[in-house]
Design a protein around this ligand. Structure first.
Ligand code: AP5
Length: 605
């Protein structure tokens, strides 16, 4: 039975009483029901199109519910929505509500794959092992499935809601190549501890496909409770591994959609979360209606405004401030803007780490002008960086000592590493601002315990490094011991223990290396080239405390411009194998086979 009533100039509200007669879901075309890995005969679907006021609609919300269901059918351009978030962030739960309200075709890669597994197809057999262990199914399998589902008529007509895809950069890239782009990219943001609770307590009803939670949404009756099942990948151990895989890929997968991303706090009740989702979708639907009516390009503006409003409301997130990596880094010398960009990036990261109480820090920044291996190395850039960092702390009232190591050794081994020659003098003569910071808030010294004075609050050590036959680490250790709880920040240190002519220096090598490793990275930036070359730039790694290591690929736009796109993120600095795998688009933890063209990158570290 159908009732139709116009709800706005662009929508018709339709109330449907679902048919009690069940029909089977075709294994080759798993549809909108969530968690379709359950026995297919348990699902009740009605796929016959219904005609209403010249609108073509499907009774797509397949589940038999005692209540009447409500669908808003839009006469406007259909919506195209992506929903993303960690495992158990509530994607499926919100999708059920979105489908009820907006009538979109729900395409969940998790469900499509589970249906293949149940049907025992070749795809299902391949996917099963990955899914059960909580790993991602290879891109080529998932992408082909998604592309096929999106090209079907219902998705074109009613619009689609893509859930759980793309999950990697290469999946997002595949969609871009097929020119498939959503209107809105929703991210459900939920803290880890809640996610684990939600997964472990999740239960599914094989008869209705409804998602329950033992604590949050318990089943309505004992009868339902008795038939509930748990997903094989919902054990605590597997959830943790799924979560880690999600974190490694989330930024990369979403980077193409940053201007249409709507981040929603998914830790609230499902009704509250849906209120925000619904409001964004309604707003979008209205804009699309306007486009249809007047041909104006309203969507993008409305969306960007709504996203901007949300961001303003939710305080300053890192994404708001992060401006991406500057391009043309191989145009050297660098422009003032590029240098300033990196100084700011380093200063922010270091300030955050010091404010968090970290006391042994290191900054590694390897842009061409700061890379002593390159002909364009510029001591002035290093000094400017140090000055900017020191003044940023002095501005907060801290007394900063900037230290350069003195001459090392005697006789034939006298002198300081070449790149530091003259740097103390440069620091002495530099312009330290109008307010007389130098001599009060900023002092210049050398590296060693003797430099540590009562009034100092913080130490910045300029490129401390070992030279053949001389090891700075002992002076450094004496200095940090004397500095106790006060922060010591190493800028572009080179503390590898080099081959030594002196037996005394070889002694205690392990302890020295251990000590050198005790400094925590608060900033890391390195450009990536093919091994043995310094052109062209292939990508970059960036880490800015307290965030993860980000791996970027440099790509050329068809317009001739270049840009950096994020490929993946890592908790620890990625190894060369991990970098190569990310460039090749391989899933994580896969055993490396041949090296391929990107194998050449492996020489970078
Ligand atoms: P998939 O099924 O997509 O799993 P997932 O992304 O890990 O997400 P979940 O289904 O676990 O959680 P959800 O966010 O939908 O949360 P739900 O609403 O159920 O994918 C499974 C596997 O398939 C992957 O691991 C991978 O192997 C493979 N795969 C899928 N896509 C792939 C791709 N693109 N590429 C490669 N491989 C792919 O809610 C969870 C629980 O919390 C429920 O019990 C619910 O009742 C409860 N809950 C929900 N909202 C709330 C709330 N607001 N308050 C309290 N409780 C709530």
């Amino acid at each position: 039975m159908l009732h139709s009533s116009p709800s706005s100039s662009f929508h018709h509200t339709t109330t449907l009483h679902p048919s009690p007669s069940p029909s089977l879901l075709s294994a080759s075309s798993p549809s909108s029901s969530r968690h379709a890995w359950l026995p297919l005969r348990h699902f009740s679907f009605q796929t016959r199109p219904l005609r209403l006021n010249n609108l073509h609609i499907h009774n797509h919300f397949a589940l038999t519910s005692p209540k009447a269901l409500k669908v808003n059918c839009s006469t406007s351009e259909p919506l195209k929505i992506m929903i993303s978030g960690a495992p158990a962030s509530g994607k499926g739960t919100q999708c059920e509500l979105i489908v009820q309200k907006f009538g979109l075709v729900h395409i969940s890669t998790g469900d499509l794959l589970r249906a293949e597994v149940v049907a025992g197809t070749e795809i299902g057999n391949k996917a099963k092992e990955f899914m059960n262990s909580g790993r991602l199914v290879p891109d080529e399998i998932v992408t082909a499935m998604v592309a096929a589902r999106l090209s079907r008529e219902d998705a074109k007509q009613r619009g689609w809601l893509l859930d759980g895809y793309p999950r990697t950069f290469s999946q997002a890239e595949s969609l871009e190549k097929m020119q498939i782009r959503p209107d809105l990219y929703i991210v459900l943001d939920v803290p880890d501890e809640i996610l684990i609770d939600r997964c472990v307590g999740r239960r599914l009803d094989p008869v209705t496909g409804k998602i329950y939670h033992l604590k949050f949404f318990p089943p309505e009756s004992e009868e339902i409770k008795a038939r509930l099942v748990m997903r094989p990948d919902d054990t605590e151990e597997k959830v943790k591994s799924r979560l880690e895989i999600y974190k490694q890929n989330a930024e990369a997968a979403s980077s193409s959609y940053s201007n249409i991303t709507k981040k929603i706090d998914g830790s609230r009740s499902k009704e509250e979360v849906f209120k925000e989702v619904e409001s964004s979708l309604s707003q979008l639907q209205q804009s699309k209606g306007k486009i249809l009516k007047s041909g104006e390009m309203e969507i993008q503006r409305t969306l960007e405004k709504s996203i901007l409003d949300t961001k303003k409301g939710s305080g300053s997130s890192r994404q708001d401030k992060w401006r991406g990596i500057p391009t043309r880094l191989n145009n050297i010398p660098h422009s003032r803007e590029i240098r300033q960009y990196f100084y700011d990036d380093v200063i922010k990261a270091t300030q955050r780490a010091v404010n968090d109480g970290k006391t042994r820090l290191k900054v590694d920044i390897n842009i061409p002008e700061l890379n002593p291996e390159m002909d364009v190395y510029r001591i002035g850039t290093l000094m400017e960086l140090v000055r900017g960092l020191a003044l940023s702390f002095a501005d907060d009232g801290k007394r900063v000592k900037v230290c350069v190591q003195g001459s090392m050794g005697e006789g034939a081994l006298a002198g300081m590493p070449l790149q530091l020659a003259g740097s103390r003098k440069i620091l002495e003569f530099m312009d330290w601002g109008d307010y007389g910071a130098k001599g009060t808030f900023i002092n210049i010294g050398s590296i060693g315990a003797a430099e540590v004075e009562e009034q100092d609050d913080l130490y910045i050590l300029v490129a401390p490094q070992n030279a053949v036959g001389n090891c700075i680490i002992d002076d450094l250790r004496a200095m940090t011991n004397a500095a106790e709880h006060r922060p010591v920040i190493l800028i572009n240190a080179r503390l590898k223990v080099l081959l030594s002519v002196s037996f005394a220096i070889t002694m205690g090598r392990d302890q020295r290396l251990k000590y050198a490793a005790s400094f925590e990275s608060c900033y890391f930036f390195r450009l990536l080239y093919y091994a043995g070359t310094q052109y062209p730039i292939m990508g970059a790694i960036r880490m800015s405390y307290p965030y993860r290591y980000e791996l970027y690929k440099r790509v050329d736009d068809p317009s001739g411009k270049e840009k950096y796109v994020i490929l993946s993120t890592f908790l620890e600095r990625p190894t060369t194998d991990e970098i190569n795998d990310a460039f090749e688009g391989k899933p994580r933890n896969e055993t490396r086979k041949g090296s391929g063209i990107w194998g050449f990158l492996s020489g970078i570290f």
